[in-house]
Design a protein around this ligand. Structure first.
Ligand SMILES: [Fe+2]
Length: 427
């Protein structure tokens, strides 16, 4: 007689027996094993998350719960999604058990598009035999490409969420109300990057919200996002920017995007300790990376679409300025950076030279604002944290009537922490 098929119940019984009698462990791990064994993930495991937007392209990322392929149907008429992006790369279509990523390209600037994702389970039995499921379609969402003719721009910033789902619920609800062109997630999305399930839960479906299905996410890495044994896979969920210029290969986490009269610049401060710190065991080289970003920043600020922007706002996780002469600049082995001295020294003068008005930071888990000075053209604002003792903030800005207005909201109290107005650049 053949053994019976390994049904879920059989598997649960088997795991229970193995754990208790086979390995001699207690009944508690047996229960955990049983629970793990019955986790049945849905085929589509997150809403789409739009990323890496340009005037003519955008990347759609979503999570799947089992091996699958997928594609995106899109068009300018909500009733007729007559174009398809298949995401082919070197002849192969996407196939993954947790993440799908499709780039839409050759889009028209300043145009509204409608789209939906299609996901089909796909199981290889052998090289000539496979099982393919019927496609499952998402809701229809829309986004608008940037481009000439768009007058005003806006952004919202969240930061230091550290996987806190309660905080993420507050934040994503506020983001939905604000409806800014872009959401900047300014680092420390997680505590350390450990596995795919964690990333899906914390980043692609925070509080089960379709937070970036219509307004693209701009990811800025924090020091915690570089830690953990899975951190080098983060780009499965958070793709790097396209490498049009070979010199940008080293800096593909940096971005320079335009929306209306606003240009937004993404910089990466990296770890909050020196490269030679024992915690990195010789596996870090953030110091030369910050130098490479100085050169990228100069190139980015000279691009015509950025140089012509009346307002330029830069984003980086660790503040690059401190008025406290005793503050830890991240260049000593003791403690950790409250600001990034090397980045401030390298990037600060370039930001001033180009008349950048504002730098938006995070990391300190406490709201703070430093106004510009005659020597430093840029103000620096720091967002809050995520736990019960900290202020949970959304920083948001928009241009209107030739001015940039910046507002910081505290979400638990509902209080506005500050509001500032910036004039057009003169540089
Ligand atoms: Fe941080």
């Amino acid at each position: 007689m053949y053994p019976s098929k390994n049904t879920t119940n059989d598997r649960r019984r088997f795991l229970g027996l193995l754990t208790v009698s086979g390995l001699g462990l207690t009944a508690v791990p047996a229960l955990q094993a049983q629970e793990n064994s019955v986790i049945e993930r849905p085929l589509v495991d997150s809403p789409p998350v739009l990323q890496c937007p340009s005037e003519t392209g955008i990347t759609v990322v979503w999570a799947v719960g089992k091996p699958a392929t997928g594609w995106v149907q899109f068009g300018t008429d909500q009733e007729k999604l007559d174009q398809t992006a298949f995401g082919e790369e070197n002849g192969l279509l996407p196939y993954h058990d947790r993440f799908l990523q499709i780039r839409l390209s050759a889009l028209k600037p300043n145009t509204q598009y409608f789209y939906q994702t299609a996901t089909a389970s796909f199981k290889y039995v052998n090289a000539y035999k496979f099982e393919r499921g019927e496609p499952e379609f998402s809701s229809v969402y829309s986004f608008t490409t940037s481009g000439a003719g768009k007058e005003n721009g806006s952004f919202s910033v969240i930061n230091d969420t550290h996987e806190n789902q309660k905080t993420l619920k507050l934040l994503t609800e506020r983001l939905a109300l604000l409806g800014s062109d872009y959401t900047v997630w300014n680092g420390d999305l997680v505590n350390s990057v450990e596995n795919a399930d964690q990333i899906v839960k914390a980043i692609l479906r925070p509080a089960h919200s379709p937070f970036a299905a219509e307004h693209p996410l701009l990811f800025v890495p924090g020091n915690h996002d570089y830690r953990g044994n899975w951190s080098r896979n983060l780009e499965l969920a958070l793709p790097r920017w396209e490498l049009n210029d070979l010199r940008d290969r080293e800096t593909s986490r940096n971005f320079a995007v335009r929306t209306g009269s606003l240009a937004l610049i993404g910089l990466d401060t990296g770890e909050d300790k020196p490269d030679q710190h024992p915690a990195w065991a010789g596996l870090a080289k953030f110091e030369p990376y910050r130098v490479a970003q100085r050169d990228w920043l100069e190139r980015a600020l000279n691009k015509p679409e950025i140089a012509s922007a009346p307002f330029i706002v830069a984003f980086c996780h660790i503040p690059i300025f401190s008025s406290n002469p005793k503050a830890n600049g991240g260049n000593v082995l003791e403690g950790f950076a409250s600001f990034q001295r090397q980045a401030g020294n390298l990037w600060g003068p370039i930001l001033t030279k180009h008349g950048v008005q504002l730098v938006v930071c995070a990391h300190q888990h406490r709201f703070h604002f430093d106004p510009a000075t005659p020597e430093r053209t840029w103000a620096q604002v720091v967002g809050g944290g995520h736990n019960d003792k900290e202020q949970v903030t959304v920083i948001h800005g928009h241009t209107n009537s030739g001015k940039l207005e910046l507002i910081v909201d505290e979400l638990r109290s509902g209080n506005e922490l500050g509001r500032w107005t910036f004039e057009k650049r003169t540089t």
